[in-house]
Write a protein that binds this ligand. Structure first.
Ligand code: PMP
Length: 407
């Protein structure tokens, strides 16, 4: 694969006087020139509020915003662009489903089923909803390898299950969940399915129609796009039957003091002026990854993961968390005798940016009886030099902690 790092200006800035080795892509990815330029060009040439102006510029901005929606539709292979609701990101998309669909449909005793490897944003919105409705949150336990406990999902799915909310790719372990099969089983049990795709969309091809899920959420900033923009895919019949969750301009058909009526989706769920420039730049990010090719990105990241896994495992005292055969480019590990935060700090001094902590997945840490892990996560611009730098920096940290003098 041609080195793509040259497309990402931030990667050429040194950190602590060293080459930046950015391995915190699961937290957020960097932005290629094409994305930065799209956002800048929007403000320089196309800025206006959308959906309300009669003037040319407003119509132009509206067209760009809707063209971005169409790009998201294509990315997810949704049937129709009006099945795509722009949100601030994955978190807001999940809260939207909880507060709109959930509040309208759940009764005391209904169950929401998640997994033991969810990000907090696919746990807490359901806990809030349970407190509001009397529904009950259950979870599928995970194994030592970081996969769903065999048979547990099937036995927890039952007539009371109304929604399965599952992460496509775990940000803490890298596990890829069998969302297609899980969706089929949930539908057989009469439950809907929401997939948290935050860690999936930038790393593999996603097809919501092949998965068959009812909702799919992702964030633009993990897909080389800007922060503050993401999307929720929702099946059309479901969105059409859901009430608004936030009120304001743009989401109404009529407003009177006696009562108001709602616009059709997706506008019904997009109250207020949205992140127009962000949506346009997200469209540019989608063009960028599709230009590279998602299959190619997946193959590149898998190859890096394999090299990194082998190299890190060769170091003494390293334990990996998440060893499922079906894994995305996320390497979560601990090093004996070194707290993940200390490791992260020493690596940072070497210019190696990783994440250390619970990765907003505290139940995963509790499951493994640890406070946190160190996490290296790959993107299309990483290469084997980055893996070498990671391994060398971990070795240096180990020598430091062993009291050796390290140059
Ligand atoms: N789910 C997963 C699996 C994630 O990794 C993240 C981000 N770390 C989120 C949800 C939340 O995404 P955001 O903060 O962009 O809303």
């Amino acid at each position: 694969m041609k080195p793509f790092a040259a497309d990402f200006p931030i990667l050429s800035r040194p950190v602590h006087g060293r080459r930046l080795v950015y391995l915190d892509n699961a937290a957020t990815t960097h932005k290629p020139d094409a994305v930065i330029e799209a956002e800048r060009a929007f403000y320089r040439e196309s800025n206006a509020n959308i959906h309300r102006g009669v003037h040319w510029l407003s119509q132009h901005a509206t067209d760009l915003h809707e063209a971005a929606r169409e790009k998201v539709r294509g990315l997810l292979n949704a049937a129709r662009a009006d099945e795509i609701v722009f949100t601030r990101g994955t978190t807001e998309a999940i809260n939207l489903v909880a507060q709109s669909w959930g509040r309208a449909n759940l009764k005391p005793g209904d169950e929401i089923l998640v997994t033991g490897m969810e990000h907090h944003s696919n746990i807490v919105p359901w806990q809030l909803l349970c407190a509001q409705t009397g529904a009950v949150l259950r979870h599928v336990p995970i194994t030592d390898s970081g996969e769903l406990e065999p048979g547990a999902y099937e036995s927890l799915l039952g007539p009371r299950t109304r929604l399965v909310a599952v992460v496509h790719v775990s940000n803490a372990l890298g596990t890829v969940n069998p969302v297609e099969e899980m969706t089929r089983k949930a539908h057989e049990a009469g439950a809907l399915v929401l997939v948290d795709g935050a860690q999936a969309v930038a790393h593999q091809r996603v097809d919501v129609r092949a998965i068959g899920c009812d909702f799919y959420a992702f964030s633009g900033h993990k897909l080389y796009g800007p922060t503050g923009i993401g999307a929720l895919y929702g099946r059309r019949e479901l969105l059409a039957a859901m009430p608004p969750w936030q009120g304001g301009g743009d989401m109404i058909r009529t407003v009177a003091f006696e009562g108001s009526t709602w616009a059709e989706p997706p506008a019904r769920f997009e109250a207020g002026t949205p992140n127009i420039a962000g949506a346009v730049a997200l469209g540019a990010a989608i063009d960028y990854v599709q230009g590279v090719g998602l299959e190619r990105i997946a193959a590149h990241e898998h190859a890096l993961l394999a090299v990194a896994t082998e190299a890190v495992q060769r170091l003494p005292g390293v334990r990996l968390y998440g060893t499922a055969p079906d894994k995305a480019g996320i390497l979560s590990f601990t090093v004996q005798g070194i707290h993940p935060h200390d490791l992260g700090t020493i690596l940072d001094a070497e210019g190696v940016a990783i994440r250390a902590g619970h990765h907003c997945a505290m139940p995963v840490m509790t499951r493994f009886g640890i406070p946190g892990t160190a996490r290296a996560s790959f993107a299309l611009y990483n290469d084997e030099r980055d893996v070498d730098a990671l391994v060398a920096a971990i070795g240096k940290a180990q020598r430091l902690f062993n009291g050796e003098r390290v140059q």
